[in-house]
Design a protein. Structure first.
Length: 417
């Protein structure tokens, strides 16, 4: 709405406002009246002062109308056209985004789409608010002119009636506007919340399935022991299958990928629930604003003073505040519960990944020092055993593990992505 700001600025600079009234030379009038009174012409002095006052009031009223007409021509009317055009241009954009939400595309980023729709809806509401402000300025001009004219005519009862009409119109207009706003925004809130609930039902099913897959894969991880224990077993003559080999690289990758998927879908679930909470809070606030406006209008029409119904207004506001607080508590409760559940699932997975990488590095260090040793005058115990023909299950297992991994995995074992 920069064009509206520019119009207002130009109007202010050029002096087209309802406050530009001429100043009249009252000193000259007073001097003339004193002169006439000094000559004893008291009736003439009084008549001159009265005529001057009437002319001054007429000139002031004329200037007020002229200034108001110029203000409308240079700002209020052009600004109204600009705002209406902006609102009309926003409606096709709103309809296009709305259509994306209504087709139920599972690949759609629901959060981003609803945020975009919310932004367009907010822009439209901003335009409507500007139109209301422009209308208020026009109304204030008209009431100001009529009150000024009645004051100049010394019609003080009429002035009081006009003041009451002005105040009453404010309450009535506010009630109508808030009611219309709630009606305008209802389709957006209904569509957005419905679409979020639909997305959540699908996401929650997918998330549960992924968590079960992750748990099932976790149960397939073979038991392992430390390398030192394995070598001690070998030296003791234990020829049972080695427990050193890591889970297959494929299993490790599956677990890592599933973990990423679970974390990602959980973040999406939280984003959707957070967005729904925000939308529900906005809807509650707007409804409460409308209820207060309607109550205010009813009481004013019944001739009640504002202080008389402060209690009922406070009750409406407190009820809305309590509902909003309940929304926040429900979301916080879900968030804490979800945090604990995710910790119970992801914690062991992270520990497994850490152990896997540490064991992988240890195995590779052992392979690097024993697979193809350089000549040494003092061979290690494992090399000595190998040179005397004694089979070492640890070394054979490590060599086999290394060969299999490098046959099936073109990437480095250190690369877990």
């Amino acid at each position: 709405m920069e064009k509206v700001s520019d119009l207002r600025w130009q109007t202010t600079v050029t002096g087209s406002s309802t406050l530009n009234f001429p100043s009249y030379n009252i000193d000259d009038m007073n001097a003339q009246v004193i002169n006439m009174a000094a000559r004893g012409d008291y009736q003439g002095a009084a008549r001159f002062a009265y005529d001057f006052s009437r002319r001054e009031a007429a000139m002031e009223e004329h200037q007020m109308r002229t200034s108001a007409d110029e203000y409308r021509r240079s700002y209020l009317d052009p600004a109204t056209v600009v705002v209406n055009k902006a609102i009309l241009e926003s409606r096709p954009i709103y309809a296009e985004i709305q259509a994306y939400l209504e087709i139920q595309d599972k690949q759609l980023d629901v959060v981003k789409t609803i945020r975009a729709l919310e932004q367009v809806s907010s822009n439209i509401e901003c335009g409507v608010k500007l139109l209301e402000q422009l209308d208020d300025e026009k109304s204030a001009q008209e009431f100001g002119r009529r009150i000024k004219e009645a004051t100049n005519r010394q019609q003080f009862i009429e002035v009081s009636q006009l003041e009451d009409q002005k105040n009453g119109r404010g309450y009535q207009v506010n009630a109508v506007r808030t009611s219309r706003k709630v009606a305008r925004r209802a389709p957006f809130f209904n569509l957005a919340i419905s679409r979020i609930n639909k997305a959540l039902s699908e996401i929650d099913k997918d998330q549960s399935a992924l968590k079960e897959q992750l748990k099932e894969l976790f149960r397939t991880i073979p038991e392992t022991i430390s390398l030192d224990q394995e070598e001690a077993r070998a030296r003791a003559g234990d020829t049972s299958p080695s427990k050193i080999p890591l889970p297959s690289k494929e299993l490790f990758n599956q677990i890592s990928d599933l973990q990423s998927s679970v974390v990602s879908i959980n973040a999406t679930s939280l984003d959707l629930r957070s967005l729904m909470k925000d939308l529900q809070r906005q809807q509650l606030e707007e409804r409460a604003e409308d209820q207060v406006a309607q109550l205010t209008l009813r009481k004013i029409r019944a001739g009640r003073f504002l202080g008389v119904y402060a209690g009922p207004v406070r009750e409406l506001q407190d009820r809305a505040s309590n509902e909003i607080a309940e929304l926040e508590r429900a979301f916080d409760g879900f968030y804490q519960s979800d945090l604990m559940e995710m910790g119970a699932i992801i914690g062991p997975v992270n520990a497994f990944i850490s152990r896997y990488k540490s064991r992988e590095a240890l195995v590779m260090r052992r392979i690097g020092t024993t697979a193809d040793p350089a000549p040494s005058p003092a061979p290690s115990s494992s090399l000595a055993a190998r040179s005397t023909g004694a089979a070492n299950p640890t070394i054979e297992g490590l060599q086999h593990f290394s060969q299999q991994q490098y046959k099936t995995e073109p990437k480095s074992l250190g690369d877990t992505t």
